[in-house]
Design a protein around this ligand. Structure first.
Ligand code: PLP
Length: 528
């Protein structure tokens, strides 16, 4: 493809992409293809002679489109959003054009230097404590995903504690042996509702994993008490906690762990590296009304959030900050300490290959820079506030029907988590809300039976009904929602943080929830 063919092809591709975005709302959000749909649509091997762009492009609609789930559709209210915006796409385009595995400063100084500047801008936008800025001993780096960020800091934490225990020993086999013995004892901790990436990181890092309870009674949050208790329990068994993964905005309910009180735990156990994973909800730190959440981070070691979830930036861009960039370079640098120099350590020249697992890296700062400049702080804040408000609106609709629904969590960061009541309760107005984890006092089983059987029967019925409603809505094709189960309660999650979210879509999904719940409950009533 030469320049003039590229001009023609790229214009045609951009036209098609614009057309796709303009028609997103009218496309069924979920793909309906069956597994293996694609192979029969394609030849058995690549073409012998090259094809023209129009021939290739036409396969987007024929082959690819049927198998796409439309994450940018305003009817996508599942998981957390994966934002995409035009300025971010432009960043991706330039990044592709300038492709270089920019593993060190010299590979392309602009790649490194823009990343450092943009990460400092973001640290300011999120009101992160000064210690995370590159002008001190900390700094930020762009990782591909939150999972990658977590495993990276876990390895840094592992090596930090091993060095603290063995760093004074003379180099040699004895030291190596001692370091191995220390590593074997290590255990990484994560909150009960921390993302599974924390446990996966422990598997990759070759250490044990233990979960810190965050029960419903504590709002699904990790408290200082539960963390302290778990640390002591591990120590009493001879295993050594060296890492704790806290969460700002858990995947299940967007719960926020008790950062302020955990500061004291961090001080009492300085060998435990404390990381805050804010993959989704960290975006809210761009709003002054949420920035108090970041103040305790000064006592912690690292923090990450995904630009590619709620912050209008295309996948992938997970931004990670550490308080001591040396912890990363000590663990991940392939340059032995005798080759290090004061310029690298002072941050004058950063080689980001030593802050991550792979060697090569993409020019991801460009798309973040474009997004920040196109929207400005005002535009980003308006997007966040608008979607939070939509979440509150949806929540208010749900609580207006206590006969049908029970809110289990939220509204929090544009997420509401709900269950459907197993039997329609009285008139909507003034009806009592019974959480799904408690027995319904009007339920027949409960009136006649005050044993725990009544409770579990109620829960089983609520789960059956909620699951049925959930499955019918997703198979209906108009909306895509996701579910989660906590303490045996099956729940439906509705997220309104999509860049295309609007009030009419939230009102419509509520209407669909009501219609479906009423349908399921009526059928159950008739079946009795
Ligand atoms: N952490 C939290 C709280 C999440 O919700 C998710 C994904 O939704 C992740 C981590 C994993 O993100 P990634 O796909 O960037 O690894």
């Amino acid at each position: 493809m030469n320049s003039s063919q590229f001009r023609e092809a790229s214009h045609a591709a951009i036209e098609e992409i614009i057309q796709y975005y303009d028609t997103l709302a009218s496309r069924p959000v979920l793909s309906t293809v069956s597994p293996g749909y694609l192979r029969p649509l394609l030849p058995n091997g690549p073409p012998q002679t090259g094809e023209s762009w129009p021939a290739i492009q036409s396969d987007i609609e024929r082959v690819i489109m049927p198998g796409l789930t439309h994450w940018q559709s305003p009817n996508f209210m599942a998981f957390f959003p994966a934002s995409s915006t035009f300025p971010s796409m432009l960043g991706e385009m330039y990044s592709a054009a300038f492709t270089a595995p920019a593993f060190n400063w010299l590979c392309s100084p602009a790649v490194t230097e823009l990343e450092t500047v943009v990460l400092d801008w973001l640290a300011g936008l999120f009101a992160l404590p000064e210690c995370f800025l590159s002008k001190g001993e900390g700094g930020g780096v762009i990782q591909g995903s939150a999972s990658e960020a977590v495993v990276t800091v876990m390895v840094a934490a592992r090596e930090r504690i091993v060095q603290r225990r063995c760093g004074h020993l003379e180099e040699g086999e004895e030291k190596e042996q001692k370091m191995g013995e220390e590593r074997i004892k290590l255990v990484a901790l994560g909150g009960e509702h921390s993302h599974s990436s924390v446990q996966k990181a422990a598997n990759i890092a070759g250490v044990r994993f233990r979960s810190v309870p965050a029960p419903k009674s504590s709002g699904f949050r990790v408290t200082a008490q539960s963390l302290r208790q778990k640390i002591e329990e591990c120590k009493s068994k001879g295993i050594e906690p060296f890492f704790m993964g806290l969460t700002l905005g858990t995947t299940n309910t967007c719960a926020v762990d008790e950062f302020e009180e955990i500061v004291a735990v961090a001080k009492d156990y300085p060998d435990v590296w404390i990381h805050v994973d804010a993959a989704y909800a960290g975006a809210a730190l761009a709003l002054p009304e949420y920035q108090h959440l970041a103040a305790p981070f000064a006592a912690f070691d690292s923090f990450n959030t995904n630009m590619h979830k709620w912050l209008l930036t295309n996948f992938d861009a997970s931004v990670l900050w550490v308080k001591q960039r040396r912890s990363l370079t000590d663990a991940l640098s392939i340059t032995p300490s005798y080759l290090r120099n004061e310029f690298s350590d002072s941050g004058l020249v950063t080689d980001y290959r030593d802050w991550q697992i792979p060697l090569g890296r993409r020019f991801r700062a460009l798309k973040i820079w474009f997004v920040l400049r196109t929207y400005g702080v005002d535009g980003i804040q308006a997007h966040l506030r608008n979607t939070i408000k939509l979440g509150e609106l949806f929540h208010s609709l749900v609580v207006s029907r206590p006969d049908l629904f029970t809110v289990v969590a939220g509204p929090a960061f544009a997420l509401t988590v709900l269950t459907v009541n197993p039997e329609k309760r009285g008139a909507a107005k003034g009806a009592r809300v019974t959480p799904a984890s408690s027995p319904d006092p009007n339920h027949e089983a409960y009136l006649n039976d005050f044993t725990s059987d009544a409770e579990s029967q109620y829960l089983a019925n609520a789960n059956t009904v909620t699951k049925e409603v959930y499955e019918r809505i997703n198979s209906g094709g108009e909306f895509f929602l996701t579910s989660t189960t906590m303490e045996g309660i099956f729940t439906i999650r509705v997220v309104s943080a999509n860049p295309m979210a609007e009030e009419k879509y939230l009102r419509r999904v509520f209407e669909v929830l009501v219609e479906t719940a009423e349908g399921v409950l009526t059928e159950r009533e008739k079946g009795k």
